[in-house]
Design a protein around this ligand. Structure first.
Ligand code: XMP
Length: 511
């Protein structure tokens, strides 16, 4: 079945994928495509509406992206956002000017005329601006629909032509009724029915994967993390036992994790899942190592080593699955920034696996969309809502040397912390929460005896993307229970501290 669909034409702005995602959230399928699509290609795509995104240029810059004006004559509704809004005005004979000062941030705008775009939105509300140029005269046949004090043409449009321009960014959360404007464009202007759901996404991806893979073999490195788990489950739904997953048990996982991965994916879903038991080799390579970067490098290299051995047993495959999601795609395009930590992920695998092509079924999705796909596929909450865990796992939550004894103590403490956070109903609102075994011992008294044991730190942060984070304000009574339970139930821990540092200046993980 062909879904109704919207075309988001990319003029180079920062929030373009976010626009696409908002449209999908509003139950309308859409694709983000380069703005150099020809009119013929657009007609063939057959959208119910087109959105022109923002972009960093001025319409007057030499080399700024333009589009064939015939697009505006197709009779398809168009919404231009920021640069897109200026471009439409410019193409249709309106006037765009360079403002004396750029306008960034929150502004209050007011509608001056009702239109299908303003339905259900108060006369005045807050929007989020980020621009230097702005429209000063609307094209003939168009009307000014809203203004701010500094931007006289904040929204303009023509109900008859079904073409609108919005100077601010309706896709960002700071625009109070931004989502409503997008909804109005889709439902009031384009006449969308809203036939796009996560079920639709799953069905479409399953079809796509089946067509692509045919009867060939696919290999996946399963970490148990949300992204690789959802990617593998989606592919398994499409091609069943042609998918082979490898789970590397490096002996550094949290309590019960390897068991849970095997029970959900192999026993529950019937996946062809191989577990490589490699704890011995990881731990022996880590013996005596205390430098965090060295630990990370050893684990990254050993992971590839173990995976290569498993891949050799399996032999040549046609496809390698990667659980890449959209934020990873942006991150990797960010250019050169200082290396704070060398992240361990499955990035090195393509060099050691004999395969022809990479499949990335989640490449266009944001984290919460990935979780929704997971739920749609029937994965349990414990997998779908699993908090992010770094590739090197507990090795970088143990300060100093990684030993079996410290791993045991940390697993116990971490498990209790997780259990109590879940009991308090905080597990979905805290981004990450875990225990750390500090490399220091202190004196305690337990049962009239002196003890000299480890200090355990609890770390819990709120964040939206892990780039910045704040320490979570966990209620004292929850912390009290956690502290009591750890000191009573876990061996070799006699003092608990709570980390109250944000990122920056600290990082989320301790190493
Ligand atoms: P930091 O500690 O740098 O962490 O504030 C930011 C986020 O990244 C996770 N993290 C990792 N993820 N491989 C990963 O896949 C790694 O080596 C790694 N190190 C840190 C961390 O848990 C947090 O979510």
């Amino acid at each position: 079945m062909q879904h109704e669909r919207v075309l988001v034409l990319d003029f180079g702005g920062q929030y373009n994928q976010l626009i696409a995602r908002r449209v999908r959230d509003l139950k309308v399928y859409c694709d983000l495509k380069p703005c150099d699509m020809t009119v013929e290609e657009i007609k063939a795509y057959d959208p119910i509406g087109i959105i022109f995104t923002g972009g960093p240029n001025s319409v007057y810059d030499a080399g700024s992206p333009h589009i064939d004006p015939a697009v505006l004559q197709l009779g398809i509704p168009v919404l231009g956002i920021c640069y897109g809004c200026q471009l439409i005005a410019y193409m249709l004979g309106g006037k765009v000017e360079h403002a004396a000062t750029s306008e960034y941030g929150k502004r209050t705008f007011s509608f001056v005329k009702a239109s299908p775009l303003s339905k259900g939105i108060p006369a005045s509300s807050v929007c989020w601006m980020s621009h230097t140029d702005h429209v000063v005269e609307v094209p003939a046949g168009f009307e000014v629909l809203a203004s701010t004090q500094t931007c006289p043409v904040t929204v303009y449009g023509s109900e008859e032509k079904r073409i609108y321009g919005v100077q601010f960014h309706p896709e960002v959360v700071h625009s109070e009724y931004g989502n409503k404007i997008l909804e109005n464009f889709l439902y009031e202007v384009c006449g969308a029915k809203g036939d796009w759901t996560m079920g639709g996404f799953v069905a479409e991806q399953v079809e796509k994967i089946r067509r692509k893979v045919g009867s060939k073999k696919v290999l996946c490195a399963m970490s148990g993390g949300v992204d690789s788990a959802v990617a593998a489950t989606l592919i398994h739904r499409a091609i069943g036992s042609q998918l082979i997953c490898v789970f590397v048990d490096h002996g550094l996982h949290r309590k019960n994790e390897p068991e849970e991965v095997m029970s959900v994916f192999r026993d529950g879903l019937g996946m062809n899942l191989v577990k490589a038991d490699a704890a011995e080799s990881f731990l022996s390579k880590l013996a005596g190592v205390i430098d965090p970067e060295q630990k990370r490098k050893i684990i990254g290299a050993e992971f590839i080593n173990v995976f290569e051995k498993e891949a050799k047993k399996i032999g040549a495959v046609d496809f390698l699955v990667q659980g890449t999601i959209y934020p990873d795609v942006i991150e990797s395009g960010k250019g050169k920034s200082a290396v704070i930590k060398s992240h361990h992920n499955v990035g090195g695998l393509p060099d050691v696996v004999d395969f022809k092509e990479i499949i990335e079924p989640l490449r266009d999705l944001f984290k919460d969309e990935v979780r929704r796909v997971g739920t749609e596929l029937g994965l349990p909450d414990s997998v779908v809502w699993r908090q992010p865990c770094p590739g090197p796992a507990l090795a970088i939550r143990i300060m100093g040397e990684v030993t079996r004894e410290k791993l045991e103590t940390l697993r116990g403490a971490d498990y209790i912390f997780r259990e109590e956070i879940a009991k308090a109903g905080l597990d979905k609102s805290i981004w990450q929460y875990f225990a750390v075994i500090t490399n220091s011992k202190t004196v305690g008294v337990q049962g009239d005896f002196r003890t000299y044991e480890n200090v355990i730190a609890l770390r819990a942060v709120t964040s939206v993307d892990a780039m910045t984070a704040d320490w979570a304000r966990i209620p004292y009574d929850v912390l009290e229970t956690v502290s009591n339970r750890i000191t009573n139930e876990v061996k070799h821990a006699n003092r608990i501290v709570y980390d109250i540092t944000s990122k920056p200046p600290a990082t989320i993980e301790w190493e």
